[in-house]
Design a protein around this ligand. Structure first.
Ligand SMILES: Cc1cc2nc3c(=O)[nH]c(=O)nc-3n(C[C@H](O)[C@H](O)[C@H](O)COP(=O)(O)OP(=O)(O)OC[C@H]3O[C@@H](n4cnc5c(N)ncnc54)[C@H](O)[C@@H]3O)c2cc1C
Ligand SMILES: NC(=O)c1ccc[n+]([C@@H]2O[C@H](COP(=O)([O-])OP(=O)(O)OC[C@H]3O[C@@H](n4cnc5c(N)ncnc54)[C@H](O)[C@@H]3O)[C@@H](O)[C@H]2O)c1
Length: 444
């Protein structure tokens, strides 16, 4: 390790590693990680969740095809599924570190904190300095401050469970809970969800969310809306949960009520970087109030969705900025958001609610896809989509989808919107047929 670097990056998640790789060849870089190299997404977020979904989706597809060529719905062997997941996640920290080192990026594993704007003290008491510093330390689960809080588990615990509890309760009906509750239910647990209002997933089209909630209820999940968890206590067999309306029993309780920025262990007071209760404050160049310190990814106080591809996009942007390849403010492409599951809800661009409230500006076309060949073939009985156009230019500016395979159309529409493809340009293309993508020509 050197004693001085061009750039020091705190955090080796999708944001920090994207910035580090972007700087390779132009700048000397040190990446400091105090936990798992690779960060939340591949270790305890998106990727392990979708490994578990491999079995859940396969089971769901088989269940849909009963009396249409398949007999008997398989059960999920949680132990084997977890071993499959761990086969992937166990390689991530060492693989990420090796990848960084192989690219000529120095790494440090351990705690570190600012001494001043340019100097950082490492856990072993050595001091390193840098011309510029990037904060990419992400978020961690926000913990409820209630009696019995030590009994509560997080999404990271759930994603690494050795055995599946008989009864699981999730607190908060956000993205994390809804996705993990569906996995737990399909894998064989009884599942309850406690939510403090009756409008989960506000960023998504509400008619589609209502259908998702109904599907989850039909699958046996119980929602407890408009109530707050007040206390947890241990009983002989599990836990007693007390809300302001009722008492529930459960074997395992996962709290997923949002995530807090990891900005509190960096001793930012020593360098003067300002934060809000929602994260590190940055300008439109992702620069903090200290001109040599930047912040990227989930740790920022931002209105943009806190997602892996957004974090990497910001990492690549700041790398370009530091290499003086750009001086422009960050300009985000459209950002697709999706709730994964056996019913997926996805949204990109102008929201459905906003479009409906401004009929002079937007046209909304609603499609029931259930009887379309693509969805009929897999017996997807709730497939729907909405295409939102600018009323004047007719350009597609928004898209919403509800389907067990919604992610494919969502990405196709993101491409259409980013490239501003016209209806005519799409009709002039040839797609592999029959497929999700070939339906694009019927939807535009
Ligand atoms: C259960 C779950 C499922 C998710 N699913 C999806 C999904 O399907 N799709 C999607 O796009 N996004 C998903 N996300 C969100 C996604 O994981 C994050 O948006 C993404 O990881 C953010 O990247 P990041 O680099 O900003 O932060 P992180 O990935 O959190 O990385 C930050 C890194 O900084 C380290 N760090 C923290 N403090 C310090 C410190 N003081 N010093 C040094 N290092 C530090 C952390 O250990 C971590 O490794 C999910 C999140 C969760 C929790
Ligand atoms: N598919 C994906 O892209 C995906 C999946 C999972 C997570 N993520 C990312 O991770 C982030 C964190 O997810 P999350 O689900 O923890 O947060 P979230 O903000 O999406 O949802 C938390 C929910 O808990 C509710 N809540 C807050 N306090 C509560 C309380 N005391 N009792 C009951 N409910 C309460 C909130 O109203 C909110 O609906 C997401 O915002 C997203 O950026 C993305």
């Amino acid at each position: 390790m050197k004693t001085h670097y061009d750039v020091i990056i705190f955090g080796a998640g999708p944001a920090g590693t994207a910035a580090a790789y972007g700087l390779v060849g132009s700048k000397s870089v040190l990446v400091i990680e105090n936990d798992l190299f690779g960060g939340t997404c591949p270790n305890r977020g998106c990727d392990p969740k979708k490994m578990l979904y491999s079995a859940v989706e396969a089971k769901d597809r088989v269940a849909r095809m009963q009396e249409s060529g398949l007999k008997d719905v398989p059960t999920i062997d949680w132990k084997q599924l977890m071993a499959f997941k761990r086969g992937y996640t166990s390689q991530i920290p060492s693989g990420t570190k090796k990848g960084l080192s192989g690219a000529g990026i120095d790494t440090y594993h351990g705690q570190a904190a600012f001494l001043d704007q340019h100097r950082i003290q490492l856990g072993d008491q050595t001091t390193v300095s840098a011309d510029e510093v990037i904060l990419a330390t992400g978020r961690r689960p926000r913990l409820l401050d209630i009696p019995g809080k030590s009994f509560l588990k997080t999404s990271a615990d759930f994603l690494d469970l050795d055995a599946l509890p008989k009864h699981i309760t999730f607190v908060g009906a956000g993205l994390v809970s809804m996705e993990l509750a569906n996995i737990a239910n399909k894998a064989g647990s009884d599942v309850d969800i406690i939510h403090h209002n009756d409008q989960p997933l506000k960023a998504f089209p509400q008619p589609f969310v209502a259908q998702l909630v109904q599907d989850m209820i039909d699958d046996g999940i119980t929602f407890h809306f408009n109530q707050n968890l007040k206390a947890v206590s241990k009983n002989e067999t599990g836990y007693t949960l007390t809300t302001d309306l009722e008492t529930l029993a459960s074997d395992y309780v996962v709290e997923a009520v949002g995530r807090s920025a990891n900005s509190d262990q960096l001793q930012l007071e020593n360098c003067g970087v300002k934060t809000s209760s929602r994260g590190v404050l940055v300008d439109d160049h992702l620069r903090t109030n200290v001109s040599t310190i930047y912040a990227i990814g989930d740790v920022i106080d931002k209105a943009k969705p806190k997602l892996t591809p957004v974090a990497s996009f910001e990492g690549r942007y700041v790398a370009e900025l530091l290499m003086k390849k750009t001086t422009a403010p960050i300009q985000y492409p459209v950002i697709p958001q999706i709730l994964f599951g056996t019913t997926e809800v996805g949204q990109v661009g102008v929201g459905y609610q906003e479009a409906l409230s401004k009929p002079e500006k937007y046209h909304v076309s609603a499609f029931d896809l259930t009887h379309w060949y693509t969805y009929n073939r897999i017996k997807d009985d709730v497939a729907k989509a909405m295409v939102i156009r600018d009323a004047n230019t007719k350009q597609i500016v928004g898209f919403d989808v509800l389907s067990s395979i919604g992610e494919h159309l969502l990405n196709a529409f993101s491409l259409v919107m980013n490239l501003k493809l016209s209806n005519e340009q799409i009709q002039d293309m040839i797609f592999a047929y029959p497929s999700v993508s070939s339906d694009l020509q019927y939807l535009v």
